[in-house]
Design a protein around this ligand. Structure first.
Ligand SMILES: [Zn+2]
Length: 326
């Protein structure tokens, strides 16, 4: 196999010559300033210090201006070398050390921004997103790396179903990169409505009052994640289910609860069968958590654990009710 040629930085020689004397001048000024700082504080040393600081500022601005015109080609040359010499796995490691690892909130406003506006937050203005610095290939790989390592948080329960559908194919970087092909970490807040149940209770320690009879709870809860088992990468899902007290009040009747648990478990089973991982929390069930990581648990165990946890909530409610009536 042909040995890769040695890097050639010859084209940057003129820059070195221009900047070299400026750098020497800057070093000397810094040295002078250190020496002045160790001298006795007199009006003469203070004057000298101020003059040298002004000189240093001018020199640094000249260095900056001299380097600016070379920074793009030089940066591109380094990136091209990295692309030619290192395998993709190592390049991905470099990219992941470069950009920020953020949680990106994905709601309706994420979709409204202009199609090519950078969707990252903390490092939005960094040069390493720019093809003029990175070259087209590195820029694209950086973006792919960003999608792979970013946690996308679908927080808007009322709109998650339509938001995630649009998000997965939205090319926000204008590079023909579809998020669905790269994302690996998502968080979902799921709910079947935003009503706080049992609010009519005027006795804080008494039984919570049934205020409605919820229907199609399971379908409505899982709608945003219904096709996500088809994602090509192994995705880690963190899911929180919100029922706003409906288990405590009995607003989800027993039969509806049983069907809801069935629908949730079927969805989780599909996710696990496709190689995805998940953690599910359901605040109405206290500290309850289901995880795909506990390998011995089968979907039947998940069903039983969910039903037992829900039953415990219902029993607590019934007990509170009987205490109250005494
Ligand atoms: Zn209700």
């Amino acid at each position: 196999m042909a040995k890769p040629s040695a890097p050639s930085y010859g084209q940057f020689d003129p820059m070195d010559k221009t900047v070299e004397s400026l750098l020497a001048e800057s070093r000397q000024l810094n040295k002078d300033l250190t020496e002045l700082a160790n001298k006795r504080n007199t009006s003469h040393t203070r004057q000298s210090d101020r003059r040298k600081r002004e000189q240093l500022l001018k020199v640094e601005m000249k260095i900056h201006d001299s380097l600016a015109s070379y920074s793009k080609p030089q940066c591109q040359s380094i990136c091209d070398d990295v692309c030619n010499r290192l395998p993709r796995e190592v390049r991905d490691m470099i990219y992941s050390f470069t950009h920020e690892h953020e949680t990106i909130y994905v709601g309706p406003e994420y979709l409204l921004r202009t199609s090519t506006q950078r969707p990252c937050e903390a490092d939005r203005d960094a040069h390493y997103w720019d093809a003029e610095y990175m070259g087209v290939q590195t820029q694209r790989e950086m973006v792919e790396s960003w999608y792979r390592t970013t946690l996308f948080y679908f927080y808007d329960k009322a709109h998650n179903a339509s938001v995630v559908e649009q998000f997965l194919v939205l090319d926000r970087w204008g590079l023909h990169v579809k998020p669905r092909d790269f994302i690996c970490r998502v968080r979902f807040e799921l709910s079947a409505g935003s009503v706080l149940h049992g609010q009519g209770d005027s006795y804080p320690n008494g039984p919570r009052i049934t205020c409605c009879a919820m229907q199609n709870v399971g379908q409505r809860l899982v709608e945003p994640i219904q096709n996500l088992h088809l994602l090509p990468n192994h995705v880690h899902f963190f899911i929180r289910i919100h029922t706003y007290g409906a288990l405590q009040t009995g607003c989800i009747p027993k039969d509806e609860l049983s069907s809801t648990v069935g629908i949730i478990v079927r969805r989780l089973k599909e996710l696990r069968a496709a190689g995805h991982r998940f953690v599910v929390q359901w605040p109405d069930l206290g500290e309850f958590e289901l995880s795909s990581g506990s390998g011995t648990h089968s979907p039947d165990d998940w069903t039983k654990r969910l039903e037992d946890a829900a039953e415990l909530v219902r029993c607590t409610r019934a007990r509170k009710g009987s205490d109250f009536s005494m």
